[in-house]
Design a protein around this ligand. Structure first.
Ligand code: ADP
Length: 350
């Protein structure tokens, strides 16, 4: 996808990842919002430092762009430990993981992004490594194969996932601390915009900061991205200073919805409202209707639409709420929610 197409989409490409590096908070104090998680982590890390031992394994879950990688890096810096970064899809074989694990140093942080996408054999190897700091290296083949235990240094695994529900419970249970990151409040996003503008030397006034904060889809990555696009606009169309006029004009140009919905969010909502008359409709049918993978909808679009109260998950499938209809300038058919007694359950693939 080109940069223009993904002004709101909360994933990041390589260029953006390098730009993000400069904006990442380095300590828990600098980390905006998620107070409960930050306080709990602070305690966990302080206790580990006092004991002079590596912290327990940490699992971070939540939609993309909310700060999972940032927190992993903060954990490393607060523990004064090196960090190794890899991801589930990069680990195809158990051997890949065994070689990473055996090259860690004592106390190192291993950040495993998209941990739910790791292969099953690697996952099983990880169980033993997390619990006993040991892997079994298989030597030889067939009946003569023997497992030689290999001691590992004590490390801290920081796993990140957009889909905690997909993690098998033996894996989930091996994390000593689990945190679910939530979408940010507009006021918190405004603080993030202000902080990033300072770091990037961008002049932006308070109303413009508030405008960006409220249109960032609850997501820090989106807030930083909108700031960069609005800066471009102000540099080309005015003196480079960002006021609310520049902010609004730029956001309109990039087709940023008034509350920050992106193309995928709107695609899901429109299909549900206009094609399926509000649902209920199963996730696979919905995915097919808009030409996306069900997994993409479930991890990228749905959490924010549910959080905004625009859609709801019921045992019979997804439905659009009256607020969802209203957001598209329509009114809900009387039957759409009252007959279903809508409630939000973990996704059923009805
Ligand atoms: P994730 O790993 O969940 O996809 P990241 O940790 O990569 O998200 O965060 C994306 C960007 O958002 C980073 O550049 C970081 O600067 C910014 N960010 C995330 N969380 C915060 C926060 N709590 N305070 C300030 N900036 C944040």
């Amino acid at each position: 996808m080109s940069e223009d197409n993904r002004v709101i989409d909360s994933g990041a490409d390589d260029l953006e990842r390098s730009q993000e590096l400069a904006l990442r908070p380095k300590t828990l104090k600098e980390f905006v919002g998620q107070k409960r998680v930050a306080n709990q982590l602070d305690l966990l890390l302080a206790a580990a430092r006092n004991r002079n031992s590596p912290a327990d394994h940490v699992l971070l879950s939540g939609p993309p762009g909310l700060g999972k990688t940032t927190l992993a890096m903060i954990i490393a810096s607060e523990m004064n430990a090196p960090i190794r970064i890899t991801s589930g899809p990069a680990i195809q074989h158990a051997g890949d993981l065994a070689s990473i694990l055996s090259s860690l140093v004592e106390g190192e942080i291993l950040f495993l992004d998209e941990i739910h996408r790791m292969s099953r054999p690697a996952e099983e190897l990880l169980y033993l490594a997390m619990e006993d700091f040991r892997v079994d290296v298989i030597v030889g083949k067939g009946a003569g194969a023997t497992a030689i235990p290999l001691e590992l240094p004590h490390f801290t695994l920081v796993g990140a996932t957009t889909r905690a529900g997909l993690l098998p419970s033996p894996l989930r249970d091996r994390f000593g601390f689990t945190a679910q990151l939530d979408f940010y409040e507009d006021s918190e996003l405004s603080i993030i915009v202000k902080r990033s503008a300072n770091l990037m030397g961008i002049k932006i006034d308070e109303p413009a900061i508030a405008e960006l904060g409220s249109r960032s889809r609850g997501t820090p990555r989106v807030a930083n991205r909108l700031l960069r696009r609005v800066r471009d606009y102000a540099q080309v169309h005015s003196d480079g200073n960002i006021g609310v006029t520049e902010a609004k004009a730029a956001l309109e140009m990039y087709e940023v919805d008034a509350i920050g919905l992106d193309r995928l969010d709107l695609g899901v909502l429109e299909a549900l409202v206009k094609r399926f008359n509000g649902g209920p409709v199963g996730i696979s049918t919905l995915a097919m209707a808009i030409g996306e993978e069900a997994e993409t909808i479930e991890s990228l679009a749905e959490p924010f639409l549910v959080r905004m109260g625009f859609i709801s998950r019921t045992p019979r499938g997804r439905i659009a709420t009256p607020a969802g209809f209203e957001h598209l300038g329509m009114s809900a058919p009387i039957t759409s929610t009252s007959q279903l007694g809508f409630f939000d359950t973990p996704a059923s693939d009805a």
